[in-house]
Design a protein around this ligand. Structure first.
Ligand code: UDP
Ligand code: MG
Length: 335
């Protein structure tokens, strides 16, 4: 660990032409402040990852990098989602810096706590999680649904840091270990706790977006949380086993009771109640098959080993060589 670490800020951007002109100078201002305070090296950079935007985002990034060499950019060949964009940026930064800090590009993450993050790194922490101290700027629905998702995920065995999204400092040592996690479906906030190493949290207030609008609808948020559960844990399968065993037990008790009732001359009434039982059991079976299907589908996608991201352009560089990442190539770091 060098005493003045080189920091790379990794910022995923998707169709952010409205907000980037405001937040890019903010990132630079904070980088300069940390450099002036001698917390980070002058070699530090801001790496924007354009996640296949269809607006002027890439043009803004290339203009920025021409104006100031501390701005860098990579572009994905198409939109692959926040997690893969961030992954591409982290793999790009591997071995080029001592630490990375990932943050959203919309100004919601309070950059003032970056100094605290770097201090924690200097105190020996390899991962520093940015945790939201309050969510007053979120709507009541977003605040409570997000909390419910965190609870559900933890109950389901996907251990994520409560109220931590993807604002975090990660050392190069952790990045190297993380690059051995080669799953195609990535859920970064759940993987980093699995990597291990000494970690801590810093607390900040989540701010409203400076401009533009969120890419996460309620539907996407639910899908994202389910992704987290299915990617990180097999607990739902254990619950199915338990559910099946419990229902079988009740069924067995019912059968014994029916035989005893029959032998004592009582007839059982109610074909309607039988229909409800059949409905209920049908529902339970389809639900359980669906959960198993989620795992089978994910296993199928994992076996294909498709690239997790493809970089089509870099700022300050002619498009050239083989730039794609596959789970195997990521093991040896990026070109
Ligand atoms: N993002 C991305 N690819 C996507 C969607 C989002 O790189 O497909 C980026 C986006 O530009 C932002 C970050 O991910 O920097 C978080 O997205 P957003 O602000 O829409 O999410 P929210 O903060 O509302 O949960
Ligand atoms: Mg946001």
């Amino acid at each position: 660990m060098s005493s003045v670490p080189v920091l790379w800020l990794v910022i995923p951007c998707y169709n952010e032409e409205e907000v980037l002109p405001y937040t890019a100078p903010e990132f630079l201002k904070h980088l300069e402040k940390l450099t002036d305070d001698k917390k980070i090296s002058e070699e530090s950079k801001i790496l924007f990852v354009d996640d296949g935007s269809s607006d002027r985002t890439w043009k803004i990034i290339t203009d920025l990098s021409e104006r100031d060499s501390r701005y860098k950019g990579i572009r994905q060949s198409r939109n692959r989602g926040h997690q893969n964009a961030l992954l591409a940026g982290l793999m790009e930064a591997i071995d080029k810096c001592d630490i990375t800090i990932s943050a959203d590009c919309d100004g919601q993450d309070d950059l003032n706590v970056m100094g605290e993050m770097v201090d924690a790194y200097k105190d020996g922490c390899e991962i520093v999680y940015g945790v939201r101290a309050c969510r007053q700027t979120d709507t009541w629905f977003k605040r409570n649904s997000a909390r419910a998702f965190y609870k559900l995920m933890n109950r389901m065995g996907a251990n994520v840091v409560f109220d931590h999204a993807d604002y975090r400092l990660v050392s190069n040592k952790v990045l190297k270990s993380f690059s051995c996690f080669t799953e195609v479906n990535v859920f970064l906030r759940g993987i980093f706790p699995l990597v291990g190493y000494k970690s801590t949290s810093v607390y900040y207030e989540r701010r409203p977006r400076k401009a533009g609008k969120t890419h996460y609808s309620i539907k996407k948020m639910i899908e994202f949380s389910l992704d987290g559960i299915f990617n990180l844990s097999t607990k739902p399968l254990h619950i199915i086993v338990f559910l099946g065993a419990t229902i079988s037990l009740f069924g067995a008790i019912g059968v014994i009771w029916m035989i005893v009732a029959n032998m004592s001359g009582k007839t059982m009434a109610g074909s309607a109640s039988l229909a409800w039982v059949a409905f209920f059991m049908g529902g339970v079976q389809i639900f359980c098959t669906g959960i198993i299907g989620e795992y089978v589908g994910r296993t199928y996608l994992e076996t294909k080993r498709r690239p997790r991201y493809i970089i089509s352009e870099r700022t300050g560089e002619e498009l050239g060589d083989e730039l794609s990442d596959s789970p195997d190539s990521s093991k040896s770091g990026k070109s």
